[in-house]
Design a protein around this ligand. Structure first.
Ligand code: GLN
Length: 484
């Protein structure tokens, strides 16, 4: 059963090949069997999952099942879940049980999706390797000495090892696409404002966006149908029509103009990864696409601008974790100042503290104009670059990550090297554009992801390109042998 996609599981449930309870049990058993090695889950919801599955089976028997009723999936531990621990992989929230469900969780549950558990991640989604988690690193199922990518590393590892057929992720600077690339999955970061952020613990509010991490583009489309839509509780969630994301998956790619930014194929890109990406683009040409060289001149400013804006927003967002209103509280505080200081010192890990310090500095009087305002101006230039590019092409293609999965511990002592692993994904978030990563081949036996970036609201187009590509390739069907 675990070799099936979401679409195939939905068909199997409808045909009564298996029940949701059987399916859910199967995945819970797989988690029990393999997650000791991978560490992809922070919380496994055995009891609740089986109750949801039983309810799904009853709904189906009563003729009230939707397409995905009874299909299990995993949720990133950044989404608030009623009655289930929500940690954001931080000691700060180690004992937090949310009194309500995030919008993404509400929508999943009302579609009848069963929640297997909450997946591991970088602490407060800050990282590219899943090594900043309070609950320990996640291992890449393709090679357990390597990182799965981050920050949605637990979701990526769980789906890659088929401990769950699909999962949610969130992407502030690449956290859906980069782990999808490193673990051989299809991951989509929607247009900013497409999916409600209500109940999704904020890292950098102007950049954060939730999306699906799946085996196929078709599955990502199915989950987008569940996740996308307006929510008045998130003031940045946009009231824009939601298409049926599965409707145009099979459209022809004849005449599709693919833009290749010269900045995404230059220095810093692993030669083996470049070859795989070139082959993937050749495959898209065979499907009828044409390529055009494009220029994104401010590309090299994306990482520096992001590492001012994201820490600035995080320093503000994380101020609520003070041991009083939210989060861990230290023992026996001497006074209020001591309580704040020690609660935060004990609750946050090193990377989170680094970001809070950088962000507080960048926002402080005297430095605000020099750093924060300057970074916002750069952000506008980046957005303008993309606007110009989309006059020449429909979709931009390139590598998702400059290299395949790196070794656990390899970049931990060098934050700048770690930050550069998002060099091709970050600009998309700064501009608010949708982007996706899809399996494109292997280099040194490790997966390589092809990134596609589209104009605002073009998710259906990205999914269409990815789906057509997946019809003529089988990279997305490969799974790590140890977990067969
Ligand atoms: N790796 C980037 C960071 O550390 C992006 C993280 C994310 O998208 N959540 O900030």
């Amino acid at each position: 059963m675990h070799h099936k996609t979401l679409a195939e599981l939905a068909t199997g449930l409808a045909a009564k090949e298996f029940s949701s309870v059987e399916l859910t049990r199967h995945f819970l058993n797989r988690i029990r069997q393999h997650d000791g090695l991978l560490n992809s889950f922070i919380t496994v919801c055995d009891g609740q999952a089986l109750a949801q599955a039983a309810a799904a089976d009853a709904a189906r028997a009563a003729g009230k099942a939707g397409l995905l009723t009874g299909v299990p999936m995993a949720q990133k531990d950044i989404f608030c879940t009623e009655g289930v621990k929500t940690t954001c992989a931080s000691k700060m929230l180690d004992s937090f049980i949310s009194p309500y469900n995030a919008a993404v969780i509400e929508r999943s549950l009302s579609a009848g999706l069963v929640m297997l558990g909450k997946t591991n991640m970088d602490e407060f989604a800050m990282g590219s390797s899943n090594e900043t988690s309070f609950y320990g690193p996640v291992k890449n199922p393709w090679d357990t000495t390597k990182v799965p990518g981050g920050s949605s590393g637990g979701s990526a590892a769980a789906v890659a090892a088929r401990l769950a057929p699909a999962a949610t992720g969130t992407d502030t600077g690449g956290s859906i696409r980069q782990p999808a690339a490193l673990c051989n999955l299809t991951g989509l970061k929607p247009t900013y404002g497409r999916v409600s952020r209500w109940g999704m613990i904020a890292f950098a509010s102007s950049l954060d966006q939730a999306g699906p991490m799946t085996q196929t583009a078709e599955d990502a489309a199915l989950l987008m149908n569940v996740m996308a839509g307006h929510d008045s509780r998130d003031s940045t969630c946009i009231n824009h029509p939601v298409p049926d994301y599965t409707a145009n998956l099979n459209d022809s790619l004849q005449g599709l103009r693919i833009g290749l930014p010269k900045q995404y194929f230059g220095e810093g890109l692993d030669a083996g990864v470049a070859t795989v990406i070139e082959q993937a683009i050749a495959e898209l040409k065979k499907l009828g696409a044409t390529v055009v060289d494009i220029d994104l001149p401010t590309s090299d400013l994306a990482v520096p601008a992001y590492y001012v804006i994201a820490p600035a927003e995080c320093s503000s967002n994380l101020s609520r974790f003070d041991g009083v209103r939210f989060g861990h509280r230290c023992d026996n505080p001497a006074d209020l100042t001591d309580l704040y200081k020690r609660s935060r010192a004990e609750g946050f890990g090193a990377e989170v503290k680094r970001r809070i310090m950088v962000g507080t500095y960048a926002l402080s009087a005297g430095y605000y104009d020099a750093y924060y305002v300057q970074a916002q101006k750069v952000r506008r230039l980046i957005k303008n670059d993309f606007a110009r590019a989309f006059e020449q092409c429909d979709v931009i293609a390139g590598p998702t990550s400059p290299s395949v999965a790196f070794g656990l511990g390899e970049k931990q002592s060098d934050p700048i090297a770690m930050y550069l692993s998002d060099i091709y994904t970050i600009a998309t978030n700064l501009a608010g554009l949708p982007g996706m990563s899809l399996p494109a081949g292997f280099e040194k036996n490790l997966p390589v992801g092809l990134q596609l970036v589209g104009n605002y609201w073009s998710e259906a187009k990205l999914l269409n390109v990815a789906h057509r590509y997946q019809q003529v390739t089988d990279w997305h069907r490969r799974m790590p042998a140890t977990f067969e």
